[in-house]
Write a protein that binds this ligand. Structure first.
Ligand code: ASN
Ligand code: ZN
Ligand code: CA
Length: 333
């Protein structure tokens, strides 16, 4: 009987109809991505341990666009893993979370009304709750990219998940999660500098975080200050998210893909953006060759400047933009 890689269809909740890489084994298809290290997607069916069951059916069309069909969240999660793999491979030449060509796995339908998603280095796996009322799984693509990027950080800089390094760890996940969302270029989930805008975690349509002006969420910090290491890592990430937005897009008001941004600087001086592609290269090079487990904001400035110098030269516009963007979030020399 035939065994091999197949191209299926996912009717996702957040990204419309997408192509999924699956595996056919005779008359059965599974959510196993043979083109990306064998990444598998499992259904926990409201359990909270083990792997549940591998998504498996006799058709290669998955989900119906809502969470009333168990395979819908599977399709979103499988798509998120696929796009995250391709983003790292095609943007940085990184082959999987460990850069060894080996896929991870995803588990969906964790528990009941569980409003979170998380990466676990131990199982080398991703887990997604179904959200409030089991209606909004946390499987949107920027969330998927955010969570799997925690695995990349663990396997590179290893930024400690507390204090300033914890904020930089969280920001790294927001930065690359956003990179994945723009990379996927999905018409139903266009790229933006918002985090979690699709999962409606606040119940009023607002996103979880804003990179242009992090304080818009009511808790995140726009700029560095002495003592920021004492706040929750999801809020001390603010200055680095703000830095990344300024470096990519520059200060001031701007509309991108229909979303309005306004990014004031701490010093009141303008920043000229260098584009997201270059900003991503600088952050990735810093993460993988400069940052360590204890890197703080001052070290992130030094590390990204070193990365920009190596990539573009120390007299380049890119290098100056890195200096200006850090000054714009009150991280000085
Ligand atoms: N979803 C959360 C995050 O990735 C889980 C956690 O608190 N680590 O930040
Ligand atoms: Zn995170
Ligand atoms: Ca987003």
């Amino acid at each position: 009987e035939y065994q091999g890689i197949d191209t299926g269809v996912g009717n996702t909740q957040y990204s419309g109809q997408v192509t999924l890489t699956t595996t056919q084994s005779g008359s059965t298809y599974t959510l196993t991505d043979g083109a990306r290290g064998g990444h598998k997607t499992y259904n926990l069916n409201h359990g909270t341990s083990g792997t549940g069951t591998l998504f498996s059916q006799t058709s290669d069309t998955w989900g119906n666009g809502t969470n009333s069909n168990a395979a819908t969240a599977g399709a979103d999660a499988h798509y998120g893993a696929q796009e995250t793999w391709d983003f790292y491979k095609n943007t940085f030449g990184r082959s999987g979370i460990k850069n060894n060509g080996v896929g991870a796995y995803s588990r969906v339908h964790y528990g009941n009304s569980y409003v979170n998603a998380f990466w676990d280095d131990g199982c080398f796996c991703m887990t997604y709750g179904d959200g409030s009322g089991n209606a909004k799984p946390l499987t949107a693509i920027d969330v998927a990219g955010h969570e799997m990027s925690h695995g990349v950080t663990s396997n590179t800089a290893g930024l400690n998940y507390s204090g300033e390094s914890g904020g930089l760890n969280e920001a790294t996940s927001d930065i690359f999660g956003t990179g994945v969302e723009f990379y996927a270029n999905n018409a139903s989930d266009v790229g933006d500098y918002l985090i979690g805008e699709k999962i409606d975690i606040n119940g009023n349509g607002s996103p979880l975080r804003y990179m242009d002006k992090p304080s818009k969420d009511g808790s995140s910090k726009d700029n560095w200050y002495s003592g920021i290491g004492g706040v929750d890592v999801h809020y001390s990430s603010g200055p680095a998210n703000h830095f990344f937005y300024l470096l990519s897009e520059g200060s001031g008001a701007k509309v991108i893909n229909g979303v309005s941004y306004n990014s004031p600087t701490a010093d009141g001086l303008p920043v000229t953006g260098i584009g997201r592609d270059k900003a991503l290269q600088i952050w990735y090079r810093a993460l993988t060759t400069k940052f360590t487990s204890t890197t703080n904001y001052a070290g992130a400035r030094t590390g990204t400047l070193a990365a920009a110098g190596e990539l573009y030269g120390t007299t380049s516009a890119e290098y100056k933009a890195v200096q200006d963007a850090w000054a714009g979030v009150a991280v000085g020399s």
